[in-house]
Design a binder for this molecule. Sequence first.
Ligand code: NAD
Length: 429
Amino acid sequence: MGKNDVTTRVGENDKEKETLNLLTSTQIVIHDALKRLGLPEEAYELLKEPLRMMQVRIPVRMDDGSVKIFSGFRAQHNDSVGPTIGGVRFHPKINDDEIKALSMWMSMKCGIADLPFGGGKGGIICNPRTLSFGELERLSRGYVRSISQIVGPTKDIPAPDMYTNSQIMAWMMDEYSRLRKFDSPGFITGKPLVLGGSEVREEAGALGAAICIEEAAKIRGIPIKGVRIIIQGFGNAGSYIAKFMYKSGAIIVGISDVYGALYDPDGLNIEYLLSRRDSFGTVTSLFEGTITNEELLEQECDILIPAAISNQITAKNAQNIRAQIIVEAANGPTTIEATRILSERGILLVPDVLAGSGGVTVSYFEWVQNKQGYYWDEKEVANKLRRKIVRAFHQIYEISKISNVNLRVAAYMVGVKKMVEASAFRGWI
Ligand code: NAD
């Protein structure tokens, strides 16, 4: 594993950033979900922000001998159900509001997948592209020392996220184990297999989304064989989804990356595209006659999968989407207003907190395997994941029917319910 494994995913043209109002829009949906459940305003007061938010400053000795101070965060949204869990991202543009909102999304995912956890999230403001392998290691270890008082296998469990990977998880686990003076694989998930990682962890997010695609298609009576799919984004999530769906007999008619999009109503050669894709998740620059990402979203297809960045489907283009089903593999690709328009148009929109819950579910499985010291094979992990996602999907679908709400609100209703119940039993509200 070299420096590029971590750094190549931050591109010059990287516009990947959560919207500035991510926290506000998350609060709006939480409030709506609580109201529909008939829960008191106190519950909203408890859940509208994380219980804890730690900001740290991390001194790192750089290769040239100087010392650079990095800022980092760790948010713990709610630990009424159990320890918190969630990724650590390395990105130049993260801020405290975004980390708070992301920890709240993790709480929703844990509730939806019925995991014994609440949501957490962390991050360091940095550009991993400009750091050497050694600097990245010292930064990762420094972060763990800075937050060590509030994390641990029974407190708060970190995981990989944007621009962090299994090597970084390995350094962090080693640092925590050194601090505690015993081996602690359960401190962190997304580790290499040899250090107690789990099978399927790397592709878990995409596999969860693929299972949601299959369930949504069943509901709409569309057979997967021959279904026409457009995927925006060809990175880790998008390329794995393309691979899984292509294998199941779907026709991938469109894909895109940051530079543009390819569309062919007869279907793209996915095996070829996967083999030519670079480590930035880009491939379209090899072709002539590409279209824009905006144009791709409005092309004819049965299922549209945004798997790149946030705010792609807005009030401006929601009327022009021609898919019957949208499965949000990316975080926050659809605005609140666009969600309303799509619901009115009868388009089935599977929200990010459900479609993206595969990663944290397999993190839970990794934590369980570390606790028991017995490891499952790939098939067992994949089957366990499928059972959880299918159950969650249908539970949310039923609630959306009974309560006459869209799947996003229904998912949040499931997401908040256990937290409110646990908080009430504990006497917090
Ligand atoms: P990635 O960095 O591997 O890939 C991102 C892809 O999006 C690349 O193809 C890139 O070229 C493209 N892209 C970047 N900017 C773009 C733009 N402005 N317009 C169009 N395309 C653009 O990231 P990833 O891990 O695949 O994650 C993608 C999204 O899915 C994120 O929102 C992430 O949070 C979410 N997600 C990923 C996983 C997973 O399995 N990796 C799991 C859950 C959620």
